[in-house]
Design a protein around this ligand. Structure first.
Ligand SMILES: [Zn+2]
Ligand SMILES: [Zn+2]
Length: 166
């Protein structure tokens, strides 16, 4: 989606918005296709005293297994990104700045890279997820399993074996 920004750049106080759906269903991150439905994108560009800011809001339904217990979690993810739009880049290393020399911006590229760079590496169903029992595999969020999972100190274990051998 091409975002035409000439009017924003040329007049202080000017704002322009655009909303559309971006299909990212063919994007795979480490073998997972996280964007199972089109992403709703709303982009606002505004000029405040000559500084042009772009705010992008992305919303998409997700369903992803918990990294600890494996339960599939579904919901709606909403993320907001901000960038400063400039006519010419001074500092090429700063990702917050995007160069728009001809007053137009290819939004899809910005949205795709924002979403991929901010895609959470780790995902838990809840911060206090107890995970699975290492012995029987029961989901410990649903209750205890009765296995003896007390951690044994490996040094004590060696001592115990030495004494038993005598
Ligand atoms: Zn979990
Ligand atoms: Zn168990």
């Amino acid at each position: 989606m091409l975002f035409e920004l000439k009017s924003v750049f040329l007049s202080d106080g000017e704002t322009k918005s655009i909303s559309y759906e971006l299909d990212m269903t063919d994007i795979d991150i480490d073998g997972i296709f996280p964007f199972t439905a089109p992403v709703s994108v709303t982009a606002d560009a505004c000029n405040r005293t000559g500084l042009v800011t772009l705010n992008i809001t992305c919303e998409y339904p997700f369903s992803r297994p918990c990294d600890r217990c494996g339960v599939l979690v579904s919901g709606v993810e909403r993320q907001v990104f901000s960038h400063r739009l400039v006519q010419e880049l001074v500092d090429e290393t700063n990702d917050d700045y995007i160069e728009t020399p001809d007053f137009t911006l290819e939004l899809d590229e910005v949205v795709v890279s924002d979403l991929i760079l901010n895609y959470p590496q780790k995902f838990l169903c809840g911060e206090d997820c107890r995970g699975l029992c290492p012995k029987c595999g029961k989901n410990l969020n649903e209750g205890k399993c009765g296995c003896d999972t007390a951690q044994v100190d490996p040094r004590l274990e060696i001592l115990k074996q030495l004494m038993e051998d005598e």
